[in-house]
Structures are given as C-alpha cells and as structure tokens.
Design a protein around this ligand. Structure first.
Ligand SMILES: [Fe+2]
Ligand SMILES: [Fe+2]
Length: 228
C-alpha cells in the first residue's frame, strides 16, 4: 500500500470509492482508530474499502476501535454489513435515527443480521462523546441534509457529511428549515459548552476540504437562505 498523506492531524482519507466517489475517513490517535463512512465500491476497479482499511491499520499497527457514519444514505453506508463482518471487535456506534432507518434494515438483511445487530451502541440525545487513546471524538446529531446527519469531530476537524455548508439550503428538502436551524444551533451550542475549537470542515465525499475556517461564522451562514 502506498503511503497515504494525512489531510489533517490524525485524519486520513482513503478512496474515493464507487460510483459516487465517496471517501472512507480514518481518524486515529496512538494505536486506536475510527472509520467514518462505509461506501459502495466498483468491483474490479476499487479495492474493497474494508480491506483497504485493514491494510492501513496493519501497516500502522492500529486497531479499529469505532465504526461510524455521517448519515444513512446509500453512497455512505452500503458496505456497513461487510465492515461489520470484517471487524467483529470494532464498536459500531450510531444515532437512534441510524438504527431506525429502513436502509439499515435492508443492509442488515443482506448480511443475515438483525437491524439491532448492526450497532453496538446507539445514542438517543444530541451528542455522544467517545475517545481514541484519550483524544476526544465527538458525535453530534444534526439533521440538515438528512434526518440521520451527525458531525464527527476529532482534533479540530469536523466531518460534515453531505451538509451544504454556508447556506440553509441543501441539495434536497428532507429536513424543514426550522429543524436545520436548530441543528446548526445545537452544533454551536455544544462546541461552546465543551469549549472545543474547530478549524477544518471536511465533506463526507472528501471533495470539499476547508482549512483555517471560522467555524462559528460558517455555522452562522448555514442558518441563512442567501437567495432570500
Ligand atoms: Fe447524502
Ligand atoms: Fe453523499
């Protein structure tokens, strides 16, 4: 495996994979890592994403502590079942909305599992605090692009899934404007309460990598429909 240059401290991007060019993100600290996104792949063209993750971990002497998703859309989670089988020791963590998604139910059946066997830990509130070798890893449930959106935040980098950043609009209208604004405010309020600084925002696909951002300002702009 070729050396992979980190995109930020403790943040590595593998891929892109599959027809929608999705990334697989690895967040790591010390010997512990978390994977974010389990996308589809093209047979014959891409390596299977879970095998690429295994290779990377082996090369760097890391273990996969957590498996996470930015949201439950097919292009981000289609191989969750294969990851589940490939990493039996890993803790799969999701929001309640992830477990309740009809797509999770379909994916679980495809690997002969029950939906509740797809996640080891399910959280119900706004936030879940995890850690990798003592370094905080934050999950914040924040529906904007979909009801299942969560930000995954690590070492000052926010993985923002398919959110359209800097405007209230997204590529769809699955979430009401009022709920979107509540989600933005929830993210701002938790970062404030935890006194946690975010300076990078990376999209789930890995096509938008914002460095040195004023994250609070970016969130403020994300509450406004600039076409009005
Ligand atoms: Fe999406
Ligand atoms: Fe997507």
């Amino acid at each position: 495996m070729k050396a992979v240059a980190p995109k930020a401290p403790g943040v590595v991007k593998l891929g892109p994979f599959g027809p929608y060019n999705n990334a697989v993100w690895l967040f790591h600290h010390g010997p512990e890592a978390a994977v974010v996104e389990m996308p589809p792949y093209k047979e014959g063209r891409d390596a299977k994403p879970w095998l690429k993750v295994k290779k990377f971990l082996k090369k760097h002497g890391m273990t996969l502590k957590y498996a996470l998703l930015s949201h439950i859309h097919m292009d981000h989670c289609l191989t969750m079942g294969q990851f589940r089988l490939a990493f039996p020791e890993t803790t799969f963590v999701g929001h309640r909305s992830h477990l309740n998604s009809p797509l999770t139910w379909r994916l679980s059946r495809s690997v002969g599992m029950r939906p509740d066997e797809m996640f080891d830990e399910v959280y119900d509130g706004d936030i879940k605090l995890l850690e990798l070798s003592g370094e905080p890893l934050l999950l914040i449930h924040c529906p904007k692009h979909s009801q299942t959106d969560q930000f995954v935040i690590f070492r000052g980098t926010a993985m923002t899934g398919d959110w359209f950043l800097g405007d209230l609009k997204d590529c769809n209208a699955l979430v009401s404007p009022a709920e979107k604004i509540r989600s933005v405010e929830r993210v701002q309020s938790w970062l404030g309460r935890l006194n946690y600084g975010v300076s990078r925002a990376f999209s789930g696909h890995g096509d938008c990598l914002y460095y040195d951002v004023d994250f609070h300002r970016l969130m403020e702009k994300s509450k406004v429909d600039h076409d009005f």
